[in-house]
Design a protein around this ligand. Structure first.
Ligand code: SAM
Length: 288
């Protein structure tokens, strides 16, 4: 992918390999910093609020980040019988952390992002996403997620959320089979892992299919890919893939999800059930 930030007042991310692009009309560039890991920009747009961009790829906008953050957090947490200890790898914008902390049964969440600049920018330009960072159950660490997972205790985590950038650059190692094996060892019996898994339209027959195979090869007995809309990402459609250790991630605590009084904008028990009903083209692409 490459980006064009034009003087005409439009931000454009070009998806070269898919012959398409996404543009937003911008008012101004608010932030531009190059960290040890990546190039981070924040724009004020006309209609999507603030926009965060890492290495030219759109990460999130004020207007539609609720879709991604709710769908990476709640299906995994409701697929687990009683999640208490949660780990988030990546997710430095803290939107996923905020969603996880909405579950009253969760006792401790550790977020490990490689780049503190992402969290600093979120605190300044996306304050709603970081509003739960002072929750006493939240712990933020800035380190390489691959290394952190290597050193963590076996069977110590209930839910692992991999909220990473695309599988290039610093996030490459988060999509490798060895990393998935290590995640499997870290989870207690009944544990659930979830990973952002790119576009159903563009990647069902490649990245998503390979991730599902690799998750099974890592020891997970059940796997489920849930698509959901995401206007600012390539193709406007995105996915998360869940994997269960001794638990079927195609089912979930539906009554609890329906009875929950969390304030949400997209996730419901019905949306979860609907997302589990894969379209035929995805089932065919997975060859299962
Ligand atoms: N929603 C986004 C998406 O799908 O494009 C991802 C959001 S989040 C901002 C991605 C985060 O992953 C970034 O903050 C980046 O610093 C972090 N990250 C990338 N590689 C990492 C690694 N090896 N360990 C920990 N965090 C990593």
């Amino acid at each position: 992918m490459m980006t064009e930030s034009l003087d005409t007042g439009w931000f454009t991310e070009v998806f070269d390999s898919h012959g398409s692009a996404f543009s937003l009309k911008v008012r101004e560039k608010l932030w531009d910093v190059t960290s040890a890991y990546q190039h981070l920009e924040v724009y004020a747009t006309e209609t999507y609020g603030n926009l965060m961009v890492l290495d030219g790829c759109v990460m999130l906008s004020d207007r539609d980040n609720f879709l991604y953050h709710e769908m990476i957090a709640h299906p995994a947490l409701f697929a687990h019988a009683a999640p208490k200890r949660v780990v988030i790898i990546g997710g430095g914008d803290c939107g996923t952390l905020r969603e996880v902390l909405k579950h009253p049964g969760v006792e401790h969440v550790t977020l490990i992002d490689i780049d503190e600049e992402v969290t600093k920018a979120a605190e300044r330009f996306f304050p709603a996403l970081t509003e739960s960072n002072d929750d006493p159950r939240a712990e933020l660490k800035f380190a390489d997620g691959v290394k952190w997972v290597d050193e963590a205790d076996d069977e110590s985590v209930d839910v692992m959320i991999i909220d990473s950038t695309d599988p290039v650059g610093p996030a490459e190692g988060l999509f490798k089979t060895d990393f998935l094996k290590r995640c499997h060892r870290l989870l207690r019996q009944g544990g659930v892992m979830v990973q952002q898994s790119e576009s159903p339209l563009y990647h069902s027959g490649s990245i998503i299919r390979e991730l599902r195979r690799d998750m099974r090869a890592a020891g997970f007995e059940s796997v489920a890919t849930l698509p959901f809309p995401q206007p600012v990402y390539p193709s406007g459609w995105w996915s998360v893939t869940l994997a269960g250790k001794g638990v079927d991630v195609k089912s979930f605590r539906e009554a609890d999800a329906a009875a929950s009084d969390m304030t949400l904008d997209y996730y419901t028990a019905e949306a979860h059930r609907g997302a589990l009903a894969l379209p035929p083209f995805m089932r065919r692409a997975f060859e299962e």
